[in-house]
Ligand binder design. Structure first.
Ligand code: ADP
Length: 422
């Protein structure tokens, strides 16, 4: 294992995995802190997906350190702490406290911090994070229900979260390339800074930053800064050039799509699928009972399973979502639907389904939990940010594509099962 990564949420981990595969690293995502007896996957990079973004700081630190200990024992040479490209964190953590604990455990004294992801319109200039053309604190993120970001100046934000001090490697230096970035980081470390926020507004900047950090024990940031890490290992002669990092074992068997996302892209994907394959709308408002919903859906699916996907969707428009939420409360409504979809997934697998697309981040978490999946080997992307994965756990092996609600083109549900890698 070359790279051991710790991600503070599930879909963020998959996003990083995709980036690493693109860089030529065979990558496996592990769900939650690995147990001591977890087999070390045959991979160049392992990403441990935690759910620590909004957890109390102590809990986030403990989970991250446990993941680090496992990754160290598994032989990783370099470590990566992945957080959101909008630096999502509460005022008192968790990025700073977790990074402090990792820096201390690794004894490296310094780490760069670079959330920039220009492809997704996240750039950092003079330490300020922009979303598109807007400062982070005016981008809508200031109203996030869990992690409101009210300050775009990341030097200030991280300073408030860490016991160390934070410097900046500004655009003018980053734009000069690898040697200038490396020198600037060395100077900051010598001055006693624990972190450097690094400006980046293009992918070329991210590649230079990655190369400048080739010898660093710890890198922290969004998935963008992982762009050049594969090349570092290749230059060092540690990565065989010939292997296809996205190669997955093949699985036959019936296939299905499960949708629990009510995001616009998912609703359009369901609409498109209706014209081509059987679609069942699971109406949680009419039957607010997870067990009843899942047994009805499984009855419906039973005669229809095969090589063409069936689509089972709890997704609906804002009015029906609001109606269920006002009846049950926001959290209960979400939990009910997630539970129903997860039960349907379990029933489908019991009926022989082996290839499943899940739409929705939280929904994917619920499905993977119910199916007791422990690891996902990352394959080729169906659409940007959504790879096929080969899932292993205590049940049968599965092919899973876990889609964040707003990702994917309109024909995603059909295209997924046409891609060569399944
Ligand atoms: P996304 O990735 O689009 O944010 P998520 O799965 O993360 O999707 O979140 C969607 C949430 O909406 C889930 O908690 C899901 O259970 C909930 N949900 C889905 N369908 C309905 C519905 N018909 N009524 C109320 N809530 C719903």
């Amino acid at each position: 294992m070359l790279l051991g990564a710790i991600a503070d949420d599930f879909t963020g981990a998959t996003d990083l995995c995709s980036m690493l595969v693109r860089g030529g690293l065979r990558t496996v995502q592990l769900i939650g802190t690995p147990a001591a007896d977890q087999t070390v996957p045959e991979a160049d990079a392992v990403v441990v997906a935690l759910k620590s973004r909004t957890a109390p700081a102590r809990q986030a630190i403990d989970a991250s350190l446990a993941a680090l200990t496992w990754l160290q024992a598994a032989g990783a040479r370099q470590f990566f702490f992945k957080y959101c490209s909008t630096f999502d964190s509460t005022e008192r953590g968790n990025i700073g406290p977790v990074a402090d604990a990792l820096v201390a455990a690794l004894g490296c004294g310094f780490a760069l911090a670079c959330p920039a992801f220009p492809t997704n319109a996240r750039t950092v200039y003079q330490g300020h994070l922009f979303v598109g053309g807007t400062l982070l604190n005016e981008s809508g993120m200031e109203n996030h229900p869990l992690t409101p970001m009210t300050d775009a100046n990341l030097v200030r934000v991280l300073s408030r979260q860490t016991e160390g001090t934070v410097g900046l490697v500004p655009f003018m230096t980053v734009d000069q390339g690898v040697a200038a970035i490396r020198d600037a980081m060395t100077r900051l470390k010598e001055q006693g800074r624990r972190y450097a926020i690094i400006d980046a507004i293009t992918d070329a900047h991210l590649v230079s930053i990655g190369e400048a950090a080739a010898a660093h024990a710890l890198i922290t940031g969004g998935s963008g800064v992982a762009l050049g890490l594969g090349a570092n290992f290749r230059r060092a002669g540690l990565l065989a050039a010939a292997t296809d990092p996205a190669a997955l074992p093949m699985l036959e068997g019936p296939c299905a799509v499960l949708a629990g996302s009510c995001s616009r892209a998912t609703l359009a994907q369901i609409g498109f699928a209706r014209e081509h394959v059987p679609v069942l709308d699971v109406d949680a408002l009419a039957t607010p009972d997870a067990a009843a919903l899942s047994s009805a859906a499984l009855d419906w699916a039973s005669g229809r399973l095969g090589d063409k996907p069936v689509v089972i969707a709890a997704s609906t428009g804002p009015d029906k979502v609001a109606a269920l939420q006002s009846r049950l409360g926001r959290e209960q409504a979400g939990a009910l639907v997630e539970d129903a979809v997860a039960r349907i997934a379990e029933g489908l697998v019991a009926r022989g389904v082996r290839r499943i697309v899940v739409a929705g981040g939280e929904t994917s978490g619920a499905v993977v939990g119910r199916l007791r999946v422990r690891s996902l080997r990352i394959g080729g992307e169906i659409d940007p940010g959504v790879p096929w994965t080969y899932a292993e756990g205590s049940g049968p092996d599965l092919m899973l594509a876990l889609k964040s609600g707003n990702f994917g083109a309109t024909d995603f549900f059909l295209k997924a099962f046409r891609t060569a890698r399944t």
